[in-house]
Design a protein around this ligand. Sequence first.
Ligand code: ZN
Length: 363
Amino acid sequence: MAQIYWTYNELLEEVHRRAQSVEVLGHTVDGSPIVAARGGGSKLPAVFITAGSHSTEQAGVSAAVSCIEELETEHQVYVIPTRDPVGMQGFAHVLSLGLGERPEADDFDQVESLLRDQGEVLFEEDDLLLSLIGEYGYASARPAPERACAQYFFYQRLQRLAKEHPDALEPLRGRRVWMTPGQTGVAGTGDLGRAYTLIISLDGEILHINRFHDTPWSPIEPRATRDLMARIDPGISFDLHESQLMEDRYFLSARRQPDATNEEWEQKAASAVIQAISDSGATLARDEDVSALGNWFDTSEPGVCWLDAGRRGEGYNLADFASQTYGLAFGTEMGMYGTFDGRVNLAMITVRTAVEVFSQRHA
Ligand SMILES: [Zn+2]
């Protein structure tokens, strides 16, 4: 059984148990250390594995923790198991940062009372309650069938709000805004078990933690990741994500490489991964699953989708940046309505298989 980490302390204890060494890369807004753990052997180039920039996608986080010890390779392995230690600790935890003490926040009624009574309500409509408490923004959005993906709903809703009611977002410039996940039925997340983090820049741009990889200003989480990558110069990087939009189906998110040799190995690794995923009995994503995420993917074969950051806009995410700067880079997208164990397993198969191909290249 794959472990689900509900607190950062539990996760850190497990990381320390499994790692050869653990280093602190920085501290985020609740004081939590952002850590990198060492596994693997001593060979270069290094393998880099990370997850959890979207705190609602916890199977990737559990898989990353497992990889510290269970990924068998001669190459050096560096793992940042979660890039959002604050959001992973849930909605009551993030509320404690604005309130100064941890409240009871076990259901939407309690959360919304707190947002109304303890905060300054900035916007309220049927689908969204947005409030400022202390230094932070909080949004409550109850689960609803038309919000098939809670985090896209939040992202797009705030972007629409910025256009239609810019005044509502003015007080949130330069701040973090946390949303209730409302992911009923998703093991490891649920309605309030995590908090989805957005950051609104001083210019009013609304972004999440898997951005800011190519910008002069960046929050501490991507800055810590960028610093580590600059130091270890990874030959292959993995960012383990999940999607709420495709039941239990899976796709691999690959990246075009700046040179022909890397491109060839990216393709080889991608084909091997998708073969291994199919062999495991998992179902691959359909074209409509991928197009529901955006029009910035090209599919080379079923289950292998190449993300074009230029078409998407919003700058580089971690895998975009890694592919342009360091080498091979992959993201996973596991369907979040699979079992937690199954989702973790798909992430592990991805990393193991791609690292095997990577090892052949550097044999
Ligand atoms: Zn994600």
